[in-house]
Ligand binder design. Structure first.
Ligand code: NAD
Length: 470
């Protein structure tokens, strides 16, 4: 689709507009309006309606920001939001119900249950690479849990940010949701205010800034960060399907996906075959010249392009390597055996460059991964179930997919989130609902049968009996 400029009818707020916006949503939460199931269902349906009705405008903004084709935008973002909404609508009633738990003998007679209650006001800080999904998917979870929210889209995907700021007030309850556009200054201002939960998606450096700011108010955070996600390819794998799935997950959105395979670990003896198969799939998917392919995206900014291109200095580029600053284009590129201490192996690539790292035997992949920060995602392609179990038992990662790329993201029953340096907390489906709820512990006791055992004066006899009961 040809990108037409968006109308410029949303204005960046001045810093002084931010506090009243936050106050309004907080006042709405205090009114209790967001707690009813009817209100939640209505808002969720409105999100669905917004995405469906406005899909053409959304496609245009995605095209402008990331050079994305419509099908990729739909698969990766709009479709994801719609299925999150549908999943929540289907299960919300059950999620909201008190969850009965058993009561130990020492507290009998009583009823115990967990009552999910909304936290209050949620600050959603989005990143640019999936600029709609990364604000709407947390919003679906926040609404499902009965919260209000302030949404801060990324300034780097400027067209999508503007569109989100236009559409949210058109479709959703204006008193309950506010969009604050802007960059560092606006986010810094937002972080000076007290929220009941902050969900931040982005890089580690800013993640620390967010966590420090949240600590001032003891606000809980969900940090959806990134890192270097390894992809182990064992020689027992189905080569053709493996190559297709690696190329799909690495070069979607021109490699600007938090859960894209960052590098491949493969046995030396199998590496030539794998590289050949990956090269063939790149050509099959994006033609011999990806610059002419309608299906291949662009880098979000010249700064990010320069960063990615700089990784190629002094590397053995075995495929691709061309770039074009004016079109923010980098060819799908494969690098063979970069030095382990080179920047390409130290930093998250977050672009269309795939290092292939050869190892003597496939088991060496495990210490290689464990010597580095815990990744957001880990991929294993193998038909060897013993090795599969060994990888699962001996490594840690936010999410794992065996024999595919980031398909786990399509299952709302799985938590989406990192571990260690790749993030804290998770969302999607019920896990998202719980993440934005306080799981309130409730015990209801009766007045009859008031055993005096626990009351002073304490005696040896009481003490012995108590030890037997607990
Ligand atoms: P970004 O530049 O869009 O920044 C993210 C947000 O932080 C933006 O809203 C921005 O305004 C705000 N921000 C930037 N600097 C700030 C500062 N100094 N103080 C306060 N706020 C500030 O995104 P990015 O950081 O380039 O994102 C890329 C990273 O995000 C990668 O590491 C990627 O792996 C990760 N990511 C993770 C997920 C996930 O779900 N785990 C999803 C997408 C991206």
């Amino acid at each position: 689709m040809q990108a037409a400029p968006l109308s410029n009818d949303s204005q960046l707020p001045s810093i002084s507009d931010i506090a009243p916006k936050i106050q309004l949503v907080k006042n709405t939460f205090a009114s209790g309006k967001t707690k009813t199931i009817d209100w939640r269902i209505e808002q969720l349906k409105q999100i669905r309606k917004m995405v469906v009705e406005q899909q053409d405008k959304i496609f245009v903004a995605m095209q402008q920001d990331l050079g994305r084709c419509d099908m990729e935008s739909w698969t990766a973002e709009l479709g994801g939001v719609i299925s999150e909404v549908d999943h929540s609508l289907k299960h919300l009633k059950k999620w909201m119900k008190p969850r009965k738990v058993s009561t130990p003998i020492v507290a009998q007679p009583a009823k115990s249950y967990i009552l999910p209650e909304p936290l209050g006001s949620i600050l959603i800080i989005g990143a640019w690479n999936y600029p709609l999904l990364l604000v709407l998917s947390p919003l679906v979870a926040a609404i499902s849990a009965g919260n209000c929210a302030v949404i801060k889209p990324s300034e780097l995907s400027a067209n999508m940010s503007k569109l989100v700021a236009q559409l949210i007030p058109q479709y959703l309850d204006n008193e309950t949701f506010a969009v604050v556009e802007g960059a560092v200054a606006e986010t810094t201002e937002l972080l000076k205010h007290q929220f009941d939960h902050i969900i931040y998606t982005g890089g580690e450096v800013v993640g620390k800034i967010v966590m420090r700011a949240a600590a001032e108010f003891l606000t809980p955070v969900t940090l959806e960060l990134g890192g270097k996600s390894p992809c182990i390819v064992d020689s027992s794998t189905d080569l053709d399907v493996t190559a297709a799935r690696i190329v799909w997950s690495k070069w979607m959105n021109a490699g600007q996906t938090c859960v894209a395979p960052d590098y491949v670990l493969v046995e030396e003896a199998f590496s030539a075959k794998l590289i050949e198969a990956i090269k063939n799939k790149i050509t099959e998917f994006y033609s011999a010249d990806a610059a002419t392919s309608q299906d291949y995206g662009r880098i979000v900014s010249e700064r990010h392009l320069a960063r990615i291109v700089s990784y190629l200095d002094s590397q053995d580029v075995v495929h691709g390597g061309k770039h074009d600053v004016a079109n923010k284009y980098i060819e799908p590129t494969i690098v063979l055996n970069p030095a382990h201490d080179s920047r390409i192996m130290q930093e998250e690539i977050f672009g269309p460059v795939l290092p292939i790292v050869t190892i003597k035997n496939i088991e060496a992949a495990i210490p290689f991964i464990n010597e580095r920060a815990k990744p957001l995602a880990l991929y294993l392609f193998s038909k060897n179930s013993d090795f599969e179990q060994q990888v699962l038992d001996s490594t840690s990662a936010g999410m794992v997919c065996i024999n595919d790329g980031f398909m786990f993201a399509a299952n709302p029953n799985l938590p989406f989130g990192g571990v260690g340096n790749s993030g804290t907390g998770a969302y999607h489906g019920k896990i998202g609902f719980d993440n934005f709820s306080h799981l309130k512990a409730v015990m209801k006791r009766s007045f009859w049968f008031d055993v005096p055992l626990r009351y002073p004066p304490f005696t040896d006899k009481k003490f012995k009996l108590l030890k037997k009961l607990i």
